[in-house]
Design a binder for this molecule. Structure first.
Ligand code: C5P
Length: 215
């Protein structure tokens, strides 16, 4: 029997990844940050000195990607996020990654996936869908704090500009644009801490998950 799936979408630095990890820990579910899969394809192309818009090459990299070896530390660099959003506009890349993401989503006893198109495309039948958002300024402050802690010299203004550019590209693309599923629950974390977001998510999951997979 397929597992219980929690689909989480939202723009960069909205808090969706932290929320997804908390939920996975609480329920003993598997977690996949699907952004890492797009980042890994982009990084492989960058490392090979290949152009980011070579669709058949990028799709071949995506089809060969080892989902068990995704390293958050190397893939989380700010510049890789920008490259990932360029790779993510290509339908052949998306098709290859979505196929594996769907298999991951079915793993028992359950899985939490976060990304941009989980509730709309990857897992449209997920019993719980969350759309996590926050103002661009709040998100840029969060991302800036992470970048500063890592010792990178980017300014807050540059981070805000990059986030807005990435949001625009992710929302405007033709294939699987960033948008909430019609039946997604909206969580605005602009003025909500992670604990409050987690409590709201937990209420929704517990209401939908009545078959005892909960810890
Ligand atoms: O979530 P993260 O910032 O790591 O994602 C990097 C990029 O990967 C996003 O800006 C987006 O273009 C792409 N992405 C996507 N679909 C997903 C997850 C990420 O298009 N499900």
């Amino acid at each position: 029997m397929a597992g219980f799936t929690v689909a989480i979408d939202g723009p960069a630095a909205s808090g969706k990844g932290t929320l997804a990890r908390h939920i996975a820990d609480e329920y003993g579910f598997h977690h996949l940050d699907t952004g890492l899969t797009y980042r890994a394809v982009a990084k492989a192309l960058l490392d090979a000195g290949a152009p980011l818009d070579d669709e058949s090459r990028a799709a071949a990299v995506a089809a060969d990607l080892d989902f068990s070896g995704l390293d958050r530390a190397t893939l989380s660099a700010h510049g890789i996020g920008e490259a990932a959003s360029r790779v993510a506009v290509m339908p052949q890349v998306r098709a290859a990654l979505v196929e594996v993401q769907r298999r991951f989503a079915a793993r028992p006893p359950g899985a939490v996936l976060d990304g941009r198109d989980i509730g709309t495309v990857v897992c449209p039948d997920a019993p719980v869908k969350l759309y996590v958002t926050a103002t661009p300024e709040v998100r840029a402050r969060r991302r800036f704090a992470e970048i500063e802690a890592a010792g990178n010299g980017l300014s807050y203004d540059a981070v805000l500009e990059d986030l807005k550019k990435r949001d625009a590209r992710d929302s405007a693309r033709a294939d699987s644009p960033l948008r909430p599923a019609e039946d997604a629950h909206l969580l605005d974390t602009s003025e909500m801490d992670i604990e409050a977001a987690f409590r709201a998510a937990k209420r929704l999951i517990d209401a939908a998950n009545t078959d005892g997979t909960r810890k």
